[in-house]
Design a protein around this ligand. Structure first.
Ligand SMILES: C[S@@+](CC[C@H](N)C(=O)[O-])C[C@H]1O[C@@H](n2cnc3c(N)ncnc32)[C@H](O)[C@@H]1O
Length: 190
């Protein structure tokens, strides 16, 4: 999707339960999920395609140092307001203009599917990591037909990583509603 489309989405983006995490139960579920899979603090996280900065905020509150990146200025202006402690860059996640070899974690939720060449983008994401860095992706294949199946996302990751774990996320608590499509977290530690 083009940057202008995401710019237009920004004002209403947080209205979705999993986007804004304004419900305490939903927020607590995402917090628990992410803190369970992330390395202990202190740790530096690149939040690629950070949107309005909801996960950035969650991780700052968890004690992480976070650099958010998004190509939509409208998303980034909201992220800056939501998480002033983080640093933000307006840039293309297909080739993130961030420092190489410095991050403990590359986190990205619902962004890999938008990349024109997911494998090429993912290779650039891995370049941002320190040698023992961790990749955490949250993706899905939604009822609309958009997105990546877990098998497709796993194939992208396995092209350059040796270890991948996929955790299905079927629980309504993450989405604010019952779901019937495929949503998952993928973690790769090596
Ligand atoms: C579905 S939203 C997810 C936002 C955030 N990760 C979250 O989970 O709340 C997708 C985000 O990716 C951003 N995005 C899409 N393509 C991008 C690209 N090529 N470079 C940087 N950001 C991009 C959009 O602007 C949007 O903010």
């Amino acid at each position: 999707m083009a940057r202008e489309i995401w710019d237009r989405e920004a004002a209403s983006f947080d209205l979705e339960a999993d986007h804004g995490l304004t419900d305490a139960c939903t927020r607590a579920a995402w917090r628990g999920l992410l803190l369970e899979v992330l390395p202990a603090t202190p740790a530096r996280v690149a939040d690629l395609g950070c949107g309005t900065g909801t996960l950035t905020r969650l991780l700052i509150d968890g004690g992480y140092a976070v650099d958010g990146l998004d190509f939509s200025p409208e998303m980034i202006s909201r992220a800056r307001a939501k998480a002033p402690e983080a640093t933000f860059t307006v840039g293309d996640a297909a080739d993130p203009p961030l420092e190489l070899d410095v991050y403990d974690v590359v986190l990205s939720r619902h962004v890999l599917w938008t990349m024109p060449d997911p494998m090429a983008a993912f290779a650039r994401w891995v370049d941002l990591l320190k040698p023992h860095g961790v990749v955490v992706l949250i993706e899905g294949r939604w009822g609309t037909g958009a997105g990546l199946t877990a098998r497709e996302a796993e194939r992208v990751v396995r092209a350059i990583r040796t270890e991948v774990e996929v955790r299905p996320l079927p629980d309504a608590v993450y989405w604010g509603k019952e779901i019937r499509d495929e949503r998952y977290l993928l973690i790769s530690k090596a």
